[in-house]
Design a binder for this molecule. Sequence first.
Ligand SMILES: CC(C)(COP(=O)(O)OP(=O)(O)OC[C@H]1O[C@@H](n2cnc3c(N)ncnc32)[C@H](O)[C@@H]1OP(=O)(O)O)[C@@H](O)C(=O)NCCC(=O)NCCS
Length: 170
Amino acid sequence: MEKEDLPLFAEWVNKPEVFGEYNPLHQMSKTEAEKMLENPSDLQPFIIEKKDKSKIGFIAHFHVLHFGTGTKQLEIGYTLVPSERGKGYGAEALEIMVDYLFLSRDIMRIQAQTDQRNIASQKVLEKAGFKKEGTLRKNFFMRGEWTDDYIYSILREEWKEPKILTKNPE
Ligand SMILES: CC(C)(COP(=O)(O)OP(=O)(O)OC[C@H]1O[C@@H](n2cnc3c(N)ncnc32)[C@H](O)[C@@H]1OP(=O)(O)O)[C@@H](O)C(=O)NCCC(=O)NCCS
C-alpha cells in the first residue's frame, strides 16, 4: 500500500458493506490511516490489484505479541469490495501472502481468525492450506454482540513450497 492509496483504504474501512458483516465496525480517519502506514510494527496492508490495475481490496499481516516469551506470531486479515467477491481473488491473494511471508520471514506459523458464520473466509483459508485449530469463544465484540470465532493456522512444514510466487524470480 502506498500513501496515494490511503484515501481509498480509509473509505473502505469506513464503509460497513466493504468490511462485510463479519468484521467489527470501525471508523478510521485519513490521519489515522497515515499513522498506521508509518508505524512498521503495526498492521502491514497490501492492496489487492487486478492485472488491469483496478484496486479491489486489501490483505494485511500483523504481529500478535506473546508477552514473556518475546514470540511474535503473524496473523493475516483480508477484505475484498463486494463486487469482486466469489471470483477466486480472495484465495489467490491469500496464497500469495502465505508464499511471501514464508519466503521472507523466519516464522513457523501464520494464523487467522474468522467468525464461525463466515463460510467464504473459512473456504479461502482451507484452500490455502490452513487448518482449523479451535474456537475462540466470545472473541470479538461486533455489532452489539460477542461472537465465537475459529482460529486457523498454517505451519511452515505444511506449506512446504511456494504455490504462486517462486524462490528465484527472474
Ligand atoms: C472472505 C473473502 C476475502 C473471500 O474471498 P473471495 O474472493 O470472495 O473468495 P473466493 O472467490 O476465492 O472463493 C474461495 C472459495 O469460497 C467459496 N465461497 C466464496 N464466497 C462464498 C460464500 N459467500 N458462501 C460460501 N462459499 C463461498 C467459493 O465457492 C470458493 O470455493 P471453491 O474453491 O470450492 O469453489 C471475501 O468474501 C470478502 O472480502 N468478504 C468480506 C470481508 C471478510 O469477511 N473478510 C474476512 C474476515 S476474517
